[in-house]
Structures are given as C-alpha cells and as structure tokens.
Design a protein around this ligand. Structure first.
Ligand code: BTN
Length: 275
C-alpha cells in the first residue's frame, strides 16, 4: 500500500474533501463510518482487505488519490489528487447472488441522481454501468465481492466520478472519450457535497433493492439508459457483435438484435454506442 494517512479527523489537504463535511451532508445515520485517506492504491482494494479482516457493513472508504485505481475489464482508473471522487462502500446485503448486478445499478443510478441535483448535469448510463455525460464517460462503478455457499459475505461497491479534472488530466487516449463535471459545466464543485448526495441516493436505492427487489431499479435503469434503442458494437471474449440494443432484461442482460434477426442476451462486455 502506498502512502496512507488517515484523514478521518478531516485534516485533508484538499479542502473540498473531508469526512466531517460528508457526514454533515448525510440525511440519515445509515452510513456507519466514513473514512477519508490522502492516498491509497485502490479504495476497492483497501475496503476488500479491511472487510476480509472484519467486514463492517455501511463503511465508506474515500481517497483523495489512488496509486493503482482499477476499472472494469482490468483497466486502470486514472486517479490524480485534489480533483475527483474515488470511493468504495462496503455492504453486506441479504440478497441472492444473481441480484448483485443491481447493487452496481443502484450505485450508477445514485451517481446520476446526485450529479443532477448537485450540479444540474444530466448524466445517463451506458450499459452496463458507465456514467455518461453528452456521450463521454464521466464516471464508473466497479463492484467486487466475496461470497460462499451462495451467500454474499460482503460487497465492495467502488465509485469513481470525474469532478474537477480538466482535459489535461486525462491521458491522450482518453481525451476524446472522458469528461468531468467541470468540463461539462465550467464550474468547480466541492467533492464532499457530491459524495454525501451519492451516499444519500445510494442508501435509498439499496433499501429499495432489499425491500422491493430489483424491479424498481430496473425501471429507473431503463429510463436512464443511453444504450437502449441504439446500434451498438460489443466486444466479448471470443467475438465482436453488432446490432440494435433493444432492451435490458430482468436479469440486467442486454438484449441485442443482430442483423440476422436473431436475439442474443449479453451478460457483460465492452460496448460502443454507434448512433
Ligand atoms: C469502470 O471501469 O468504469 C469502473 C471504474 C471504477 C473506479 C472506482 S474509483 C474508486 C474505486 N476504487 C478502484 O480502484 N476502482 C473504483
């Protein structure tokens, strides 16, 4: 683990991110611990290691920067200091393993809703869980879990949102596909305020998932999906498919209609929206 400094007391160099300010913005006592660090390798890795020792549901790990931030499909998540949100929420949900997708969906919907209320930005969701603004990626979710005997031991829901990054912060190859709240709105935002709102919104959707099941989230996901109705190309392990993204089904799979008329249900892959 790289330089780790516990900033639980709020002594953070970046003044717009502190656990005190985040806690002040929470609407309930659902979240039990909010811990901010200056730098960790990855908040997901940190939360996983912590939970393997003693899993504490409703704990949130946040870092000002990550040395080895990770994204989906083994990618690197660019995580410079002083700019963006890198956070991981530990949850121990009493749901079936097959519903775990909907934890990720709950987080993506929470981020979209928080961005809208805090910054006015309209974000939508590219299947499966990329947070998009005007066709560019503004955030992403990576859920990792440990389970046994068909039961979830704990889940770590990792959330990355590009808040105050400028174009110069993105590596050249990401420049045309990534964006930030600042790039989209022309304004800098306090990260604590957005983190608190993401947690408020996540709490609400998490409770919904536990109490009412996946369907309310599925409905909201379909509404916020940028993918449904588009022509798409999906790269899978052994093939590349193109077709019309017709729907997201009740398992969270993408229903793809191929040129032949055949329908394929895709559980995961790297998707590009063509138009
Ligand atoms: C994606 O590829 O879209 C998922 C990106 C998830 C990034 C976040 S940042 C906080 C948490 N810690 C990590 O190492 N990754 C997730």
């Amino acid at each position: 683990m790289s330089k780790v400094q516990n900033l639980e007391d709020g002594h953070i160099e970046s003044r717009d991110l502190s656990s005190h300010a985040i806690i002040a913005g929470l609407r309930s006592d659902f979240w039990k611990k909010i811990i901010c660090y200056e730098s960790v390798d990855s908040t997901n890795e940190f939360a996983l290691a912590l939970s393997l020792k003693s899993p504490e549901s409703r704990t949130v790990i946040i870092a000002d920067s990550q040395a080895k931030g990770r994204g989906r499909l083994g990618r690197v998540w660019v995580s410079p200091p002083g700019r963006n949100i890198y956070m991981s929420a530990v949850l121990i949900p009493e749901i079936e393993l097959r519903d775990v997708t909907f934890l990720t969906v709950a987080a993506a919907l929470a981020c979209a809703s928080a961005l809208r209320s805090k910054t006015g930005l309209i974000a939508n969701i590219k299947w499966p869980n990329d947070l998009m603004a005007r066709g560019k990626k503004i955030g992403g979710i990576l859920t990792e879990l440990r389970s046994g005997h068909d039961k979830i031991k704990f889940a770590v829901v990792g959330i990355g949102i590009n808040v105050n990054s400028g174009g110069e912060d993105f590596p050249e190859e990401l420049g045309h596909i990534a964006t930030s709240v600042k790039e989209e709105t022309g304004r800098y935002y306090s990260r604590s305020g957005i983190v608190a709102e993401v947690l408020n919104e996540l709490e609400q959707r998490y409770e919904k998932l536990i109490n009412e099941g996946r369907f309310p989230l599925l409905e909201e996901w379909r509404i916020l999906s940028s993918t449904i109705g588009k022509r798409v190309r999906i790269t899978l392990c052994t093939e590349v498919l193109s077709g019309l993204a017709e729907d997201i089904d009740k398992e969270g799979m993408l229903v793809l209609k191929l040129a032949s008329g055949e329908r394929r249900r895709i559980s995961a892959g790297d998707l590009t929206e063509l138009r």
